[in-house]
Unconditional design. Structure first.
Lengths: 331, 537
């Protein structure tokens, strides 16, 4: 049901863009200029707002989740990555989390057999799907820099030639696009078909997957089937980044559909779960050292609390203590 | 084979259905089924601690007698905590519901209840957060996964946040490090604001605040108890042992959970400590005022952690010791390692801990000035300071349970294993996915180890017990070692139910058995009084 809501939402957005351009001719300035600028503004300001809002809440306690041996006695081998003991090892741990999804790589699948016998098998599919999606998305994003830069930086050209290494079709099919669409489909189907995951899923979980799928498919269609004029696209993109936007004639509705989906994604980003992109860097169980007995962690709001002092305690038990021969402070 | 603790047969209990209900989770109200929840905190305990809304009530009552402005209290409390804890604020926002945590929770594995999936446990709170604190929730409502705070939501929170043992296993697997323990702690703080708390977690706090320990043992009884065990040691070893209490000017203050001097099998571990300290001639003292290492404050609120924990440094200062040594305990070490110094430090009146026997500087504890006994004993063994006869433990085939907090809030994995390998010769690890940072909870931590909650404890303990069953069947393991006082109590019941052939032991019980003491008579029994020669019947 929730998947259906999300599907309808994406469909309506797509129809709006298609009709907006193909029928009503609203590309200049609405779809080509107003939406991109507004979306980018919302994204940038929204993300800054979100991160600052998190950052404003302090980290009162050193609550690292330790996943490896602490650094203690010199003859015991410590695991500085899984249980960071210095800033460098925190950076190492974070790099593994952010670049390779270290924690997700641990994933197992529990199975209850008769007996009872519990089995925990390795389960790397989610990790693989997530890695495939995030990395190809990054590659595709970087490849798109050829539209926003002149001259195009060398790394973009290298990336592009690697991505099209197999030289399938004309124009060349980028591997990243295919993997992205496959990974998104897997993540979507997993959400829909695994009863546990379906049970926890909100409309807000299906929506971004379908939206991204919309972006990927409209991109593939425009490149390989409707053959968009990329010279004109670049003219539009360069105009946008140089703040002198011009809207060339005849780019066609598929492109605006693609662009509009991207705009929706950008605008939606800071107000959704997609903020995990920024949040992961601030996660206290991962970005703190595990050495809180070695270095004192300071809580900026450490409150004063009521305690039961030794004197009060001795007052209550003094007679019994004396009878038992325990030392007392006051007779 | 069903145990006296629970009328349901283990075979029946292990028929678990993991299929989620047809109805949406927001439309599935909570049911307080006997055996799966804990009773409310007695008003006298709340009054003693000056906490909100003391009254007679029970979770199965229809009317929870909430204060008239409870909704505002909870929402204000939430707002305050969002601004004070980045963890809470962030964990409310960044979950993508990938489901990696779902089957990592022992309560989900043992019950099949989808609200025991860590992600859904957190959504119970997140849904209210969205409704009152986010734009999307305010505009889109239920479509955005938001729902208003109602009395039914409070009941659901109570049931499920007192059905989480704050073990942090899910946080190991979460790609963003979302820690359900942190979320549960916040939820319990909010519930405490309106007087919805459980007695098993709160009475120990009231006791500890008053007498110095969770069990409410008063100083004279504390002394009698320790001396009783010194007498037991003399019977077994022929060695007379002194028990220094509240001794000013001692070099080291020793603090251990009260479970160690209260009930079997913790008491055998206590005897191990006493024998060890005597044998190495340690200049140390117990304290009757700081007679508790554990801290049930952790299972209620950050404020209560601090109120109880303050005693340890205060007593160390009063007695003029150089540093503090801590016994075998689980959640105690979460508090010592991650909270004590921040809350009640800096301990600048103490010295950087140095072992008086080996000269080893415990640099990893140089700020907190508190050393884990496993670090201390491992160092002694490494430097050949102990004469050990591991053959005295030959009857035992031992496996080791990593307790949740020392594992995931400290990372003390090798020290206990080193000690175990040096004091016994038959040691077998449980399967890889059930030990170290992936260890499973005993099912009764975080204040849930009470008898009325027995069914849920046995369910939650199933993954741990099942791994023990595996090494029992494969290697004939008959002893489950652990370094946690709650474990020693809860795992014993758990084993009786799922793997009755296995008994539970602390590590220093094994050390005590193996320790060759000067002037001792020939040992005929182990610390439990069971004959050393010959095998079990």
């Amino acid at each position: 049901m929730r998947a259906l809501y999300s599907f309808c939402a994406v469909l309506l957005l797509g129809l709006f863009a298609y009709f907006g351009v193909a029928v009503w001719g609203l590309q200049d300035p609405l779809f080509a200029i107003v939406f991109p600028y507004a979306a980018f503004g919302l994204f940038a300001l929204g993300m800054v707002y979100r991160v600052l809002k998190w950052a404003r809440s302090p980290v009162p306690f050193a609550i690292a989740t330790t996943c490896g041996q602490q650094k203690s006695l010199p003859w015991i081998k410590a695991n500085p990555i899984e249980n960071p003991c210095c800033t460098a090892s925190v950076i190492g741990r974070m790099a593994l989390e952010v670049l390779l999804f270290r924690s997700l790589f641990r994933n197992t699948r529990m199975e209850l057999r008769s007996g009872p016998r519990l089995i925990y098998g390795g389960n790397k599919y989610l990790w693989l799907g997530a890695m495939a999606f995030h990395w190809t998305f990054l590659i595709i994003l970087l490849r798109h820099f050829r539209f926003f830069t002149e001259p195009v930086p060398a790394f973009v050209n290298i990336l592009q030639s690697l991505d099209g290494f197999f030289q399938i079709g004309v124009p060349i099919l980028y591997l990243s696009g295919v993997i992205l669409a496959a990974a998104l489909s897997y993540l979507f189907l997993r959400r829909l078909l695994d009863p546990k995951v379906r049970y926890i899923s909100l409309a807000a979980d299906y929506f971004p997957l379908l939206l991204l799928l919309g972006i990927a498919l409209s991109g593939l269609v425009m490149r390989h089937f409707t053959k968009v004029d990329i010279v004109k696209v670049k003219e539009l993109a360069m105009g946008l980044v140089s703040l002198h936007p011009t809207v060339p004639e005849g780019i066609g509705a598929p492109f605006y559909l693609h662009l509009f989906f991207v705009c929706v994604l950008l605008a939606y980003f800071p107000f959704s779960k997609l903020v995990h992109m920024g949040g992961i860097f601030l996660s206290p169980t991962r970005n703190l050292r595990g050495d809180s007995r070695r270095h004192r962690h300071v809580n900026p709001w450490n409150p004063h609390v009521e305690v039961h002092t030794y004197e009060e305690w001795e007052d209550e038990f003094r007679d019994k203590m004396k009878a038992a021969g325990l030392p007392v402070e006051r007779e | 084979m069903s145990s006296e603790h629970l009328p349901i047969h283990p075979e029946e209990l292990s028929q678990i259905d993991y299929t989620p209900p047809k109805k949406d989770w927001m439309e599935t109200p909570v049911q307080f089924r006997k055996g799966t929840y804990c009773y409310s905190a007695a008003p006298k305990n709340l009054k003693y601690l000056g906490m909100a809304n003391p009254r007679e009530w029970q979770p199965h009552d229809a009317d929870w007698k909430l204060p008239s402005d409870w909704k505002k209290t909870v929402l204000d409390g939430m707002r305050e905590r969002l601004s004070k804890f980045r963890s809470f604020h962030l964990f409310m926002d960044i979950c993508v519901r990938c489901g990696a945590c779902a089957d990592k929770c022992h309560f989900f594995i043992g019950s099949g209840d989808p609200k025991n999936m860590p992600v859904l446990r957190a959504e119970l709170l997140r849904s209210v957060y969205r409704n009152d604190f986010t734009a999307a929730g305010k505009i889109l409502g239920k479509l955005a996964g938001a729902r208003p705070l109602t009395e039914d939501v409070i009941k659901e929170w109570f049931y499920y946040f007192y059905q989480c043992t704050e073990c942090r296993r899910c946080s190991v697997f979460c790609p963003y490090g979302i820690d359900t323990a942190e979320i549960t702690m916040m939820a319990r703080e909010l519930l405490n604001l309106i007087g919805c708390n459980i007695n098993w977690a709160l009475e120990p706090v009231a006791n500890c605040y008053r007498t110095g320990n969770h069990l409410g043992i008063q100083p004279h009884t504390f002394k009698d108890t320790l001396e009783f065990f010194a007498g037991e040691i003399e019977d077994i070893t022929g060695v007379r042992i002194d028990v220094p209490i509240n001794k000013k000017g001692a070099e080291i203050l020793f603090v251990t959970p009260s479970g160690d001097y209260f009930a079997d099998p913790g008491t055998y571990t206590l005897m191990g400590y006493l024998m060890l300290f005597h044998e190495i001639g340690l200049d140390y003292t117990w304290s009757a005022y700081a007679s508790e290492g554990g801290n049930f404050g952790l299972f209620n609120s950050h404020e209560l952690i601090k109120r109880l924990n303050a005693k340890i440094y205060a007593e160390a200062k009063r007695l003029g010791v150089k540093w503090i040594l801590g016994g075998e305990c689980g959640h105690m070490w979460r508090v010592i390692h991650e909270y004590m110094d921040t809350m009640n430090g800096p301990a600048d009146f103490l010295e950087e801990p140095v072992s008086p026997l080996t000269g080893t500087r415990f640099e990893n504890a140089k700020s907190t000035k508190m050393v884990h006994i496993m670090e201390f004993t491992a160092d002694l063994i490494r430097h050949n300071k102990l004469k050990l006869d591991p053959s005295r433990n030959d009857r035992l085939r031992v496996t080791f349970h990593d307790s949740c907090n020392p594992a995931r809030a400290m990372g003390i994995f090798e020290e206990p294993r080193y000690v175990i390998r040096n004091v016994c010769r038959n040691f077998f690890e449980m399967p890889e996915n059930t030990i170290r940072e992936k260890t499973f909870c005993c099912g009764g931590g975080a204040g849930l180890g009470t008898d009325e909650n027995m069914e849920m404890r046995m369910r939650g303990g199933l993954p741990r017990a099942n791994a023990v069953r595996y090494v029992h069947d494969k290697h004939g393991v008959n002893r489950l070692a652990c370094m946690c006082a709650i474990d020693r109590a809860t795992l014993s019941t758990l084993m009786e139910y799922w793997v009755p052939e296995v008994q539970v032991t602390g590590i220093h019980e094994l050390v005590g058995n193996a320790l060759v003491m000067r002037g001792e008579k020939k040992r005929e029994t182990d610390l439990r009084g069971e004959p050393l020669e010959g095998t079990e019947e």
